[in-house]
Design a protein around this ligand. Structure first.
Ligand code: GLY
Length: 371
């Protein structure tokens, strides 16, 4: 088996490894046993959901059992609508019923929802136990499993309660991606494209060259894309763990418009990935007015997103409603909307953009000029 290991070193946190490769799920127990925080542990809570559990929980448990862990799985119903305090409380209660102590481990087997909830539970149960992330979607492999953001949704908005909880280990077993549908696949590709534009020419043009291979899910290309994305993200998080220094915001490239599109078109109408891709098209065009984004970047990014199966979306709505949604987003500050804008491939600026400029850009967008 050929696997890649990326180390994440965040000041003030224990270093952790991300292991990426086909079949690394079967080494989970051995890899977890080697962690200092797990040397004496015997009990594991395996948190999964009703989609992923039937496919991969037995494999994860067998690997953990072979390394001497007693793993109990708790399966939550799949879906973002279950990322709430009621389900979190049920997990806490299940852990207490199992008499899990401070020496237990939490293993998150699933996509972003499971990972975020497991991380939050691990951050809070008995004031903190280790969490191991086993992401099973491309999106969670390249984004949410790394960097320690955890939490749940309130009725007022997504991820409004949470904690930073870095994992002790991340196991990205690329073989499990075989069961992902096209929509889930494209969500991951959008975040990879986002990372490539912000990171460097090297990543961006590698992605341009390898877009067809990624569409075909070539193992080599997928492993490389995940590796490049997590190296990029690890570097960003190492500089700004809690998104307080104006660095981690680069990961929000494309997300300002995307959040408004998702909210106003109705969650689920467009996948998060399609919304982010649209947001990248919008932000690059806004960048032409504000930070000198070259026209070549706009064109090359459009072509890349098209090649990754993320075409421009046709849905439009009133610009006042879009602006209002952007102002209410939790990333806005004092009602000011902020965008990550690429001044070139591999360089970016965080810009607070005045309402008139955003409205003008939204009018262009409404007239179809991001297509
Ligand atoms: N997904 C953005 C971040 O982790 O900061």
């Amino acid at each position: 088996m050929c696997a890649t290991k990326v180390m994440v070193g965040i000041p003030g946190e224990d270093d952790y490894a991300i292991r990426i490769g086909e079949g690394v799920l079967d080494d989970l127990g051995r890899d977890v046993r080697a962690l200092p925080c797990a040397a004496k542990a015997t009990r594991v809570l395996l948190l999964t959901d009703s989609n992923v559990g039937p496919l991969y929980a037995d494999r994860a448990k067998a690997s953990l059992a072979a390394a001497g862990f007693q793993a109990t799985d708790v399966t939550i119903p799949a879906g973002e609508e279950n990322k709430n305090i009621q389900v979190i409380a049920e997990i806490w209660e299940a852990m207490a019923d199992l008499a899990l102590g401070r020496d237990c481990l939490v293993v998150a087997l699933g996509g972003g929802v499971v990972g975020d909830m497991a991380g939050f539970v691990a951050a809070t149960y008995m004031r903190g136990v280790p969490v191991i992330q086993v992401p099973t979607t491309l999106l969670s492999m390249v984004d949410s499993s790394v960097g320690g953001k955890t939490g749940f949704n309130l009725s007022a908005g997504k991820n409004l309660v949470g904690a930073f909880k870095q994992p002790a280990f991340v196991c990205a077993s690329t073989d499990v991606l075989a069961t992902l549908n096209e929509r889930e696949w494209s969500c991951g590709l959008a975040e990879i494209a986002k990372s490539a534009v912000i990171d460097s020419d090297d990543f961006f043009f590698w992605l341009v060259d390898n877009a067809p291979a990624l569409m075909e899910r070539s193992t080599a290309a997928v492993t490389e894309a995940i590796t490049r994305s997590v190296v990029f993200k690890a570097n960003v998080v190492a500089q700004d763990k809690t998104e307080s220094k104006g660095v981690r915001e680069c990961l929000n490239y494309g997300h300002t418009l995307a959040h408004a599109v998702e909210l106003l078109s109705g969650y689920g109408t467009y996948s998060h990935g399609h919304a982010v891709a649209e947001g990248m098209r919008f932000a690059a065009r806004l960048g032409q007015h504000l930070v000198g984004t070259p026209a070549e970047l706009v064109q090359e990014q459009d072509a890349l997103l098209d090649a990754l199966g993320l075409p421009a979306i046709e849905w439009r709505t009133d610009e006042a409603a879009m602006l209002d949604a952007m102002k209410k987003d939790k990333k806005a500050r004092a009602g000011n909307v902020r965008f990550t804008l690429p001044s070139d491939v591999g360089s970016w600026e965080l810009a607070t953009v005045d309402d008139e400029r955003i409205a003008a850009q939204l009018r262009e967008w409404k007239a179809g000029e991001t297509a």
